[in-house]
Write a protein that binds this ligand. Structure first.
Ligand SMILES: Nc1ncnc2c1ncn2[C@@H]1O[C@H](COP(=O)(O)OP(=O)(O)O)[C@@H](O)[C@H]1O
Ligand SMILES: N[C@@H](CCC(=O)OP(=O)(O)O)C(=O)O
Length: 361
């Protein structure tokens, strides 16, 4: 990992990393990882943690009436276990002089634009104030179809939401192997890029004993996230000093190379509708030019109306006069300046081609 200061490093810790083989909480491991995250933070990284483990922690400390509905059982284990999990983190981070905060989310929070922006704003505020956000799915609310596949999916969404530089997924294996990780002949795949052939056939459906999603969801999420320009690593959280080794680049793991900044900007924009702050209504000429597959920027002369309040660099939607959404882009100037330039010729683009994504349906 390139050692830039102020980088956002999203770390996801799987249930298995935090539990011992008999299912009891592995408090020593948790403490070691917390100390390592504190080191990363003290070296200038902005650390965001997605931690599983609530159900696993709850299971060890709760005896339930056997007749309790299975869905309710899981809700209870998560509700009880989350308190234990977060209390441990609170104490451990406190011993390192670091404040942490708990954030519980559901999948629908990432679909609702208002909720999405609220979470994003809160995370940015926490990071600015040097507080480590610890995120988990709110299993009390999320049942069946409302659930994330697992916290790996949540971690990918958080990394994309924050435009993080790196996402580190800590599991109980060194990464993705060509074959079952317990087979001594299976080799570790150390680097994955856009040209790497599918690895799905190497992955067996076996999960770690306390995890939810399995390696296949990790791989799919990692590919999607790397496509957005974020480096993703799948590594072994049970290894001593895994985080410092990741930071200094000496860790053996599976690394998904991020796509180039130009490609990734466009791909990122394709998923940025939730983040958009305003809207430009364009005329028929601009619509034709943008949909033509030619390299075209959006010029003020093609703009009929500026809606919403946005600043330079924020994401804005592009809509036609009939209200059809045709794309998204990064504003080259704020809404006030954009308003003054409506319909003017000989102006700089309001959205440059490199920062423009058009839905070609
Ligand atoms: N080809 C493979 N390479 C690595 N791990 C694999 C592979 N096929 C299956 N797995 C399994 O994936 C598991 C990790 O996924 P998961 O159970 O979701 O862990 P976590 O609790 O960390 O989220 C490993 O414990 C391993 O048994
Ligand atoms: N919210 C659940 C997370 C379950 C989950 O996704 O687990 P994992 O596959 O180990 O990341 C918990 O805290 O137990």
């Amino acid at each position: 990992m390139k050692d830039n200061k102020d980088q956002i490093l999203v770390i996801k810790i799987g249930s298995n990393v935090l539990t011992q083989p008999d299912g009891s909480p592995d408090v020593d491991r948790m403490k070691s990882l917390t100390n390592q995250m504190a080191m990363a933070k003290n070296s200038g990284k902005q650390v965001v943690l997605i931690s599983s483990g609530a159900v696993a922690f709850g299971r060890k400390s709760t005896i339930l009436d056997e007749k309790t509905d299975p869905v309710v059982q899981k809700q209870i284990l998560a509700a009880v276990g989350q308190v234990e999990l977060i209390n441990h983190y609170k104490q451990m981070f406190w011993q390192q002089g670091i404040k942490m905060a708990q954030i519980m989310v559901t999948k629908s929070d990432f679909r609702d634009r208002k909720h999405f922006l609220n979470i994003k704003g809160c995370l940015a505020g926490l990071l600015k104030n040097g507080i480590v956000p610890i995120i988990n799915e709110n299993d009390t609310v999320s049942v069946s179809e409302l659930m994330f596949t697992d916290n790996d999916e949540l971690a990918g969404l958080v990394a994309a939401m924050l435009s993080a530089e790196q996402l580190l997924i800590l599991s109980n294996v060194d990464g993705i192997f060509r074959g079952h990780p317990n087979d001594p002949d299976s080799e570790l795949i150390e680097k994955v890029d856009a040209n790497t052939p599918s690895m799905a056939s190497y992955i067996s459906s076996s999960k770690s004993s306390f995890g939810r999603g399995g390696m296949l969801t990790k791989m799919n999420m990692a590919k999607k996230t790397a496509d957005l320009g974020i480096g993703v690593s799948i590594a072994n959280g049970k290894k001593e000093d895994v985080i410092p080794a990741f930071i200094d680049g000496s860790l053996r793991c599976t690394y998904f190379e991020p796509s180039s900044p130009k490609q990734s900007t466009k791909k990122w924009l394709a998923h940025a509708d939730q983040s958009s702050k305003g809207e430009l209504v364009i005329n028929a000429g601009a619509e034709k030019a943008l949909l033509s597959h030619k390299i075209t920027s959006l010029l003020p002369i093609g703009v009929l109306e500026v809606r919403g309040d946005f600043s330079k660099g924020e994401i804005i939607r592009i809509v036609t006069e009939s209200g059809k959404k045709i794309g998204l882009g990064k504003a080259a100037f704020g809404s006030k300046v954009a308003f003054e330039k409506i319909g003017l010729s000989n102006q700089k683009p309001i959205i440059h081609y490199d920062y423009l994504y058009i839905h070609h349906s």
